[in-house]
Design a protein around this ligand. Sequence first.
Ligand code: ASP
Length: 735
Amino acid sequence: MAATNTTGTRALINPRPGIFALALAAVLFLSVPASRADEGMYPLSEIGKLNLAAHGLKLTAADIFDPGKGGLVDAIVRVGGCTGSFVSPEGLIITNHHCAFGIVQQASTPDRDYITDGFFAPDGRAELPAPGLTIRITDSYTDVSAEVLADLPDTMDYTARSEAISRRMKEIVARAEADHPGKRADVSEMFPGKSYLLFIYTYLRDVRAVYVPPRSVGEFGGETDNWVWPRHTGDFAFVRAYVGPDGSPADYSPDNVPYKPKRFLKVDPAGVEDGDNVFILGYPGRTYRHQSSSFLAYEEDVRMPYVADLYRWEISVMEALGDEDPAGAIKMSGRIKSLSNVMKNYTSKLQGMARLGLTAERAAEDSTLTAFIAADPALAARYGDMLDELERVYVSMRQDADLSLTLEYMNRSVVMLSVARQLLEASDEMLKPDIERRSPYMERNLRSTKTSLLRSLREYVEPADQRFLREFFLDASDLDVNHRIGAIDSRLGETNVEGAIDEFISAAYGSTRLTDSAFVANCFGMAPDSLSAIDDPFLKLAADLRPAYEAERSRSVERRGALTKLNGEYAEARELLLKKDFIPDANGTLRMTFGSIKGYTPADALHAEPITTIRGVIEKTTGREPFNTPAKIVELYGKKDYGRLASRKLRTLPVCLLYNLDTTGGNSGSPLLNAAGDLVGVNFDRAYGATINDFAWDESYSRSIAVDIRYVLWMTAKVAGANRIIGELGVGPVD
Ligand code: ASP
């Protein structure tokens, strides 16, 4: 695979060393054992078992979460894919700027640019609706493992197993939603093949922006500083949740009223200092700490390099196009931001994995595990084949990787193709009984599927789409003979591949109607006969590509079945070997993590302090993006006008905080709480070397970053003059 192009070169998926070579490397690595401190994104079920006093907290477990009664956790919400927390009795939520970015992006035009200027609603009526954004509140959870895992004999094949588990999960959800009208249910896999929890959630559907700082504050330092410490970014925003006049969740309406949360956080304007104990409640997205070396090797060798390289190229294409087209630049800004975030995260992970030899270390542990299992007949009977089977799954994934990744990322990147594919899928799936449909097309998800489909059209920029399609067709033209994609081959022609692609592009983009949202909205859910009667080049392409995508899907269902079973066994066996009970990997459910404000040593002879200050903002300021500080900040800095928000210890205004808590993506926007449970910061990132904590946590490098509440209050009150928010927070005057 790989195509070279004007804006850069993309990487090949290389053949990689097998697991035995990795094991050999591990022998070398093991002479330098890594230190392991305690990690933990504790689920609700574990909070009661924690000795919080021993961790310096002044709250009891019941203050945080008391089953049946609630607690501080009632103030914590999921905001889209991020976290947020209620900070007033009127439904005011604090989260990150990057989590509210989509709201201002959707409402911006070159003439009314809320991204650049920021947004503040001087009163409730002016608050800016955020169509499609939801607030999720966790109501309760129940263990449903026995039901999910009943009657799954070891002899069952992996596809049947995978299908049986997802069907049970759907049935449990359907029953729970029938029992709890107006709520949403979700079954979350805590340990694959082992433990499953049913969560009941309240979703609020009317969310509005209250204050979103200008990008020059909320994203100060841009991609240069992203995933970096020291940091000086004011990555916060305020939004508000609304409900119908009767208090129940409702779609946007001017008649709606602010939601009254069961609980909201108290804000402590005194903040925290170096060494203070802190904790976080939030919704971490995904970690992969209980996975074999085969998984790590696949990530390190195949998937992450492919994605990082592809995204780097896609970003450069979109940036170049945006330079010529200001309206297009606004449309693409959200996508550029999220691709950049992933690209840099993967780049830092790849560097960290190589530096620490993580895969080799896990391979050595896997060899020890193999010997440990072989030495005990009972273990050998249960786990004897497990590691070999896991390796077989990853060998087959490597063999198919060029094809799988091309199909997956072509669908993610080329909007016209993904719109067409979703229309075809919707029309077929909606004929089936609800429980048998693929999840996005079940009645409970139809609306959000349609909303995000239409949103992708609002952010659509044709020249970018054309460039991406061209690139993937070129990639497809390089696939080996066993992995050809017939639907693309038939459009490539025999001799002049590039010419044929360009011809297809100009004809297809010249005649498609799928750029028209009203047309697409009308086609969504249309009967298959009517849809296939529409003569559209992308619907035709999507239909022709169907066999390739369906074959890919069957392979992945089978692999998922295998991995659910094998990873469950792997975690069990590893717990026995390490004599340790694992905390489940992050999976988007509510978790707690604790530790302290603490600096670290990112590299030999370097020590990083854990609190940055306003001085650093000024030092970094160049007057040009992404270091263009608003004049008002410079003016107040000149006067040292920090009101009562200066740190007593540092005698200046703190900006960001660093701490050794266990966080990941999804923890963006999580409240950072002091020992008494008061809000002292908003988590938004991790340090560069910390991103590998998704695979392996270690206290020496795991460091997360928050914006300090004192900077939040200073920006809100003194820079933006958004005093109605300060009043609502109940922190008293900050001058
Ligand atoms: N900035 C991060 C994110 O992308 C937060 C993290 O991963 O630590 O979600």
